[in-house]
Design a binder for this molecule. Structure first.
Ligand SMILES: Cc1cc2nc3c(=O)[nH]c(=O)nc-3n(C[C@H](O)[C@H](O)[C@H](O)COP(=O)(O)OP(=O)(O)OC[C@H]3O[C@@H](n4cnc5c(N)ncnc54)[C@H](O)[C@@H]3O)c2cc1C
Length: 429
């Protein structure tokens, strides 16, 4: 079973956080509130902020530290869209309702830029993302995606960077072309989580760390959630536990497969050399089935991720597992020293569709499938609106079917691993 932890793991974000990462108290005893949110990642924190600002009495319980899991370990790429891409959403919802969902994603891309300013914190946001093609046969996909975004979803901001221009954006022999999105960007996720937490507290919300919910039950008056030192009574409950929901809610965890994902941060590079790698400072993800993704940090490091594991674990030596991918993308970085290497878990749903909904007064957000920086914000808005009485957005998510993994994680993991091996093979042939 998932166990709480007292410290952040050694990520680039924790290692370079300015000053001490604030420590919140653990739950001291018995409390009453309107809404209890379990999980202090982006899903929980965004939901908590919106509800606190609307005057709800909110409590957040985080098992470890805020953003201890995926929200404090990710690549910081704030990309529009969902892991599943648009076809499964359109299949489930039809064109008109998918367009509404897409518009909420566009809202999230604006909101992530405005939130920090509104609440007085900094997330090192830099605009611009590239979706890059490695293989000639996948260059067409970029053009198709641009055309479809414009014609179907009314999104005409993107443009294709062709081969004759690509080295001005990514100084790598590996990439043939890329789709540039000026509305996407990259940011420091741990600063985002801490900024959200401060804003929640200013708005009257209460946050407790190292307060793992051991179980919860529904009563005639609402919910009672128990930690080892106390309990919270609430009218409504939001489960935002991501890949760690585990035995707390077997119904939710049966629809998720926790998959390991990992990345590295180099030592700070000479500023001019760092800038030469990504001259426009866009973040990059490629369009291989198992993508490499990378970006620069404000202190001139390259953050680089590539590869994932389906059998629960994260490689013992993340640095060695990642180096070949990094050196393949940037031969000029051969032998570069890494200062941080870490991994985390993503919450893969069967169709990689977001799994956000409610049953009575119990709400949940999960299934971001490795792409959650903006989708958690869009999802949190849907859940917070519904709790405040407007179900419009939540009804869209509720229209997406998220089946259980047949045979549970034990059977699903090897099947997914086999599937992934096949797709990786297709990436190289
Ligand atoms: C290595 C890596 C790279 C990634 N890169 C990107 C990227 O570049 N762009 C992008 O869009 N997405 C990326 N993602 C995905 C993204 O980080 C996640 O989708 C997003 O952070 C999910 O947020 P969350 O709040 O739902 O979950 P989490 O951040 O995982 O938070 C869940 C929280 O719930 C807590 N919890 C669980 N059980 C309990 C309990 N019983 N009691 C109390 N608390 C509990 C956990 O401790 C945890 O803090 C990446 C993920 C990883 C792991």
């Amino acid at each position: 079973m998932f166990k709480q932890s007292a410290q952040h793991i050694a990520t680039y974000y924790a290692g370079t956080y300015p000053g001490q990462i604030p420590l919140r108290p653990s739950l001291p005893g018995s409390l009453h509130c309107d809404v209890l949110i379990i999980g202090g990642g982006f899903s929980g924190l965004h939901t908590a902020l919106r509800l606190s600002l609307a005057g709800k009495r909110v409590v957040v319980l985080e098992a470890s530290r805020l953003a201890w899991a995926a929200s404090g370990r990710n690549g910081g790429q704030a990309l529009l869209g969902w892991s599943c891409d648009m076809p499964p959403l359109e299949k489930a919802l039809g064109h008109g309702r998918t367009l509404e969902l897409w518009n909420s994603m566009r809202w999230a891309a604006e909101e992530i830029r405005e939130l920090p300013e509104r609440h007085g914190f900094d997330i090192d946001y830099r605009p611009g993302s590239l979706w890059a093609a490695v293989q000639q046969r996948r260059v067409g996909q970029l053009h198709e995606a641009r055309r479809e975004a414009e014609e179907k979803w009314g999104y005409s901001e993107m443009r294709v960077i062709e081969q004759d221009e690509i080295r001005e954006w990514i100084d790598s022999p590996r990439y043939l072309a890329a789709l540039y999105d000026p509305q996407a960007g990259h940011l420091n996720p741990l600063k985002l989580a801490q900024g959200l937490a401060n804003a929640i507290e200013k708005a009257g919300g209460r946050i407790f760390e190292q307060s793992q919910v051991l179980d919860y039950r529904e009563t005639a008056d609402g919910f009672i959630a128990r930690t080892d030192k106390g309990e919270v009574h609430s009218d409504q409950l939001v489960l935002a536990c991501n890949a760690y929901v585990d035995r707390l809610d077997p119904q939710l965890s049966s629809r998720l497969l926790p998959v390991g994902s990992y990345q590295i941060a180099t030592v700070p590079l000479a500023p001019d050399f760092a800038r030469s790698l990504l001259p426009r400072n866009s973040c990059v993800i490629d369009n291989q089935f198992v993508p490499d993704y990378f970006r620069l940090t404000p202190d001139h490091r390259l953050l680089f991720g590539g590869g994932c594991t389906y059998l629960g674990g994260i490689p013992k030596d993340v640095a060695s597992a990642t180096r070949p991918y990094l050196e393949r993308a940037f031969p000029q970085l051969r032998g570069v020293e890494f200062e941080y290497a870490w991994g985390g878990h993503i919450d893969v749903s069967m169709k990689r569709t977001p799994d956000i909904g409610r049953q009575g007064q119990r709400y949940w957000l999960q299934g971001f499938s490795g792409h959650g920086v903006l989708p958690t914000l869009a999802g949190a808005r849907a859940v917070a609106d519904a709790i405040l009485g407007d179900e419009t957005l939540l009804a869209l998510y509720q229209g997406i079917d998220n089946p259980r993994f047949p045979g549970g994680a034990l059977l699903a993991a090897p099947l997914e691993a086999a599937g992934k091996a096949w797709y990786r093979l297709r990436d190289v042939i």
